[in-house]
Design a protein around this ligand. Structure first.
Ligand SMILES: Cc1cc2nc3c(=O)[nH]c(=O)nc-3n(C[C@H](O)[C@H](O)[C@H](O)COP(=O)(O)OP(=O)(O)OC[C@H]3O[C@@H](n4cnc5c(N)ncnc54)[C@H](O)[C@@H]3O)c2cc1C
Length: 667
């Protein structure tokens, strides 16, 4: 039976990881070739794990549903990756990164895991530089840093606005080396449809070849899921269109507890929704908050004039602008954490100050930064600082160097030049802190089944700080999982290859095939997107930036009803034995329709506000989130028992021995 033993080693925080590595039951290098590991997902977490496991000597089979690992969602990551290198000499340290992350997560993450993350953060940068990842460098050739929200140091390493892409290419190149050596067998365009559990242990997967429709059995001594986050349960999000919960959900149904499903990050700087038919939202990286100032007009008549097209934002005088983050949070200003910035934007827009046609947009303005940089550049070159044309030209060049690709992306989507007029932004679903519950070794409650990267719940509590997801994914993949997994696999060196002609594989394959056949034979009237869009609307309206008891109860009822309708009235064209993207989507949305209900149930159960989870019933007189530490200092880990509504709640109490629990303040 599954337990919630987090397996954190004893001893002081700084010794836990070291002791772990010294004491584990390591698999003898010569024996690793006797052990097979399946890695599902080859984004930053899975790709780095697959490469490292193969490097250590295990036989790896790696799976992704895209045509290449290079197309994993990780490629979209823009702004950067954190590491406690203290290159800026601004007082950064392992402890400070640990502290910022626990505080940023609103004290709902595990101390030991976060401390380990902070410890290995610096190794990630060394590893990636050695691979040739082209991080930005300063004038002297040293690695450069910028600031992200929720911290007062500069610890974010970046490669323009394409950090994820460059890191993924690094991981992909080391994977390729192992593919070339025959240590990784890569299965592109293969979707994991189920986990196979034999005698209580994860021993393989059922996969579908998405090109031919063929169903395949794959066995291993352990299975690692690096299958990403589930923000697309909201339909509209900044996630890649293919990101989904299915692998994690299948694991959940096979016994893996799902932790904190309602902990979702809503990112403050995204391009606002433009219409009913939109299917994707675009992030404007948090790095832009280094230099961009967020504001709305102070006067409602100015808002109305802007909406009517009679006034331009650039015509509004300085004293008539409300830089509301700087006003409310003078210490952190525009660099408050994402949950705080998102709620503040919503508050202004709900009060009627939104600046676009739908009333759901605020400005992100670079005018002051352009002038500041331009004057400095003119000064450095001995030119006339009072020549405004020159200053604007020089300033824009600097902004273009820092954020050029993001500005270009904005202009292409919105058809407005952000160098000349402020960007319009609004919060959008971006990241899921919840995920499969894992212990210190990153193992789920199913022995032999591991979860890494965004797919697990482990390090970010109720709110992830910017640039910490890439750090966690690569920490898990390069430095944690490949070592912790040895503890479990050491007992498998005499097991031999796991057969696939067993009743467990038969049963799992049968279930998968029956479900696929059901979808293509159902002959209902509505497409997958029709249901997905409706689910997304319920989620956004009732489980989004603000949640309350009545809304959550009605979300649960509505999602249940929508799920029943989906199974009765879904239409999937084509057949199961061919390339059929609509069929693949049907399975994913079926799982979202179950997760959505558990999500709302979890949000209802947690009757406190913390991080991105804002319960309207639990707020201070100033509208800030009010935590309830006495009753909710725990991780909610849900056990599947047949239906999301009947899931059992297990609580992992969180113990803070090194950081004092305080009310978060960014003022
Ligand atoms: C627009 C955007 C910008 C971001 N910018 C930053 C940033 O600057 N810094 C930062 O730290 N974080 C950023 N993030 C967050 C970060 O990108 C993600 O959290 C991170 O990349 C997730 O990596 P992952 O390896 O866990 O999952 P993913 O990259 O999502 O990879 C998932 C993998 O699993 C595979 N997969 C999933 N399901 C199955 C299945 N059933 N069968 C087979 N394969 C499957 C996929 O094929 C893929 O290979 C950003 C996120 C977004 C949306």
């Amino acid at each position: 039976m599954a337990t919630l033993d987090s397996k954190i080693p004893a001893g002081p925080l700084a010794d836990k990881w070291t002791n772990y590595k010294n004491n584990i039951n390591l698999v003898n290098p010569a024996n690793k070739r006797l052990i097979d590991v399946i890695v599902v997902g080859t984004g930053l977490a899975g790709g780095s794990a697959a490469a490292t496991l193969a490097e250590l000597g295990y036989n790896v089979k790696a799976f992704c549903f895209q045509d290449s690992p290079r197309r994993a969602h990780s490629i979209a990551a823009q702004g950067g990756i954190n590491a406690a290198k203290n290159y800026q000499g601004d007082g950064d340290s392992t402890f400070r990164l640990f502290y910022d992350t626990v505080k940023g997560g609103d004290y709902r993450s595990r101390e030991a895991n976060v401390y380990r993350l902070a410890e290995v953060s610096a190794n990630i940068i060394d590893q990636c530089v050695a691979q040739g990842v082209p991080f930005a460098r300063d004038y002297g050739g040293l690695l450069d840093n910028r600031s992200f929200g929720g911290v007062l140091v500069s610890r974010t390493f970046y490669a323009k606005g394409q950090t994820g892409q460059q890191l993924l290419l690094g991981a992909y190149s080391v994977m390729n080396r192992q593919i070339g050596r025959g240590k990784i067998k890569m299965y592109n365009r293969h979707e994991m449809m189920d986990v196979v559990v034999v005698d209580g242990k994860a021993r393989g997967i059922i996969a579908r070849n998405l090109v031919t429709g063929e169903i395949e059995r794959h066995s291993a001594h352990a299975v690692v899921l690096g299958t990403g986050g589930y923000g697309n349960v909201f339909f509209l999000s900044t996630n890649a269109m293919g990101s989904n919960v299915s692998a994690a959900w299948k694991a959940h149904k096979r016994g893996a507890y799902f932790a904190n499903p309602c902990f979702t990050q809503i990112h403050p700087t995204c391009i606002p929704v433009s219409g009913e038919l939109q299917a994707k939202l675009t992030l404007m990286s948090e790095s832009l908050r280094n230099d961009g100032r967020i504001w709305v007009p102070k006067k409602l008549e100015d808002v109305e004039a802007i909406r009517a097209g009679k006034l331009k934002p650039t015509q509004i005088k300085e004293e008539d602008r409300d830089y509301y983050l700087e006003r409310r949070y003078p210490a952190f200003g525009n660099l408050v954490p994402r949950d705080v910035a998102s709620r503040a934007a919503k508050e202004r827009c709900d009060a009627g100050y939104g600046v676009n046609a739908t009333g759901e947009a605020v400005y992100l303005d670079f005018a002051s930064a352009v002038t500041r940089y331009g004057k400095e550049a003119a000064h450095v070159r001995g030119l006339n600082e009072n020549d405004n044309t020159l200053v604007q030209k020089l300033g824009r060049e600097i902004i273009a160097n820092k954020y050029g690709n993001l500005f270009q992306m904005y202009e292409k989507i919105v058809d407005e030049n952000p160098y000349e007029t402020p960007m319009m932004i609004y919060p959008a679903v971006h990241y899921t802190m919840g995920g499969l519950w894992v212990d210190y070794n990153l193992m789920t409650t199913v022995p032999g089944l591991y979860a890494i990267g965004e797919a697990n719940f482990s390090d970010h509590g109720a709110n992830r700080l910017g640039a910490s997801a890439l750090m966690q994914g690569l920490a898990d993949g390069y430095f944690v999982l490949p070592y912790t997994i040895g503890d479990y696999l050491a007992s498998d060196i005499r097991t031999g290859a796991i057969p696939t002609n067993t009743p467990e594989f038969d049963a799992a394959e049968k279930e998968v095939t029956e479900r696929l056949n059901f979808f293509v034979n159902n002959n209902g009237t509505h497409s997958v997107d029709y249901f997905h869009r409706r689910l997304g609307k319920i989620m956004w309206d009732k489980c989004g930036m603000a949640r309350n008891t009545d809304g959550l109860k009605s979300a649960i009822a509505e999602i249940k009803a929508l799920r029943e309708e989906f199974w009765k009235d879904l239409k999937v064209p084509g057949s199961a034995d061919e390339y059929n993207e609509e069929l693949a989507k049907a399975g994913r949305v079926a799982d979202f329709l179950e997760l959505g209900e558990l999500f709302a149930k979890d949000a209802l159960e947690r009757n406190e506000s913390c991080g991105g989870h804002f319960r309207e019933e639990s707020q201070t007189s100033e509208g800030e989130a009010a935590r309830d530490d006495a009753n909710y200092t725990y991780v909610s880990a849900w056990e599947y028992t047949g239906l999301p509504s009947e899931a059992n709640l297990h609580k992992e109490e969180l113990v803070y021995e090194n950081i004092e629990l305080k009310t978060r303040s960014y003022k």
